[in-house]
Design a binder for this molecule. Structure first.
Ligand SMILES: Nc1ncnc2c1ncn2[C@@H]1O[C@H](COP(=O)(O)OP(=O)(O)OP(=O)(O)O)[C@@H](O)[C@H]1O
Ligand SMILES: [Mg+2]
Length: 219
């Protein structure tokens, strides 16, 4: 369960997030809706403390995250960043393994789960020894998704996870390969869709994939 209570964040004296409150219940899938610049990314970043809030409180399973060790907090959260957020000096293999290594998984378990995710995300195995700048934008984004999903973290934060993917790949990844109902997840994933409707069939597929999600208009 994630709960935000009157959370605000200013950058250079200007409000990026202004007094927001909401709750995502255990195993709930919540989609944030709002115009560009309204604070969706900032909100997600405050939940794993990539950005510290100025006021208000954030609780995960009734624990105030302000008092939690940051590494422990992040070990329980899968986070897809809007711009993939991969470490440029790590190979794809190491990028994907960051959280499992913190969790002390053995090498075989990490390797097996990595391959499983590569296949589900339609990524070739030969990218594993490459660096992020040697991948296409859509491949980088899918590696970011693999990194967020590998440990089946109880909390998932998905900031435009499909932004650099075409509609068919998005719909396929979303509806056929993954089941997000076991995790508490907050998504920012429908923003770009309205401007990207050319392929009606896959658009409809993706809308259907999100039909069970609770939608929350934040501004
Ligand atoms: N590090 C920063 N320094 C200064 N201003 C920032 C910073 N990060 C975000 N902002 C500003 O805060 C506001 C909210 O930004 P945010 O990235 O959260 O929006 P968003 O809802 O995710 O938008 P988009 O849909 O375009 O990704 C914007 O006005 C943005 O310019
Ligand atoms: Mg954003």
């Amino acid at each position: 369960m994630i709960r935000l209570e009157s959370v605000s964040k200013n950058f250079n004296g200007k409000p990026a997030v202004d007094n927001i409150s909401f709750q995502a219940n255990e195993k709930e899938m919540l989609v944030l809706l709002g115009t560009s610049g309204c604070g969706k990314t900032t909100t997600l970043k405050m939940i794993n403390r990539l950005v510290e809030s100025d006021s208000g409180e954030i609780f995960i399973n009734e624990k105030n995250i302000r008092h939690q060790n940051i590494q422990e907090l992040r070990m329980g959260i899968g986070f897809v960043m809007q711009n993939s957020g991969l470490f440029p000096h790590y190979s794809v293999r190491r990028n994907i393994a960051v959280v499992p290594e913190l969790l002390k998984w053995n090498k075989k378990k990490i390797a097996d789960r990595t391959l499983e995710l590569l296949h589900k995300l339609h990524l070739p195995e030969d990218i594993l020894e490459r660096f992020p700048n040697e991948l296409s934008g859509g491949q980088q984004q899918r590696v970011g998704i693999a990194r967020a999903l590998i440990a089946n973290s109880p909390i998932l934060l998905m900031d435009e996870p499909f932004g650099a993917l075409d509609n068919i790949t998005k719909a396929d990844i979303h509806s056929e390969q993954f089941n997000f109902t076991k995790q508490t997840s907050v998504w920012n994933a429908l923003q770009k869709l309205s401007s990207d409707r050319q392929n009606t069939e896959s658009y409809d597929l993706l809308m259907k994939a999100f039909s069970d999600y609770r939608k929350l208009q934040i501004v």
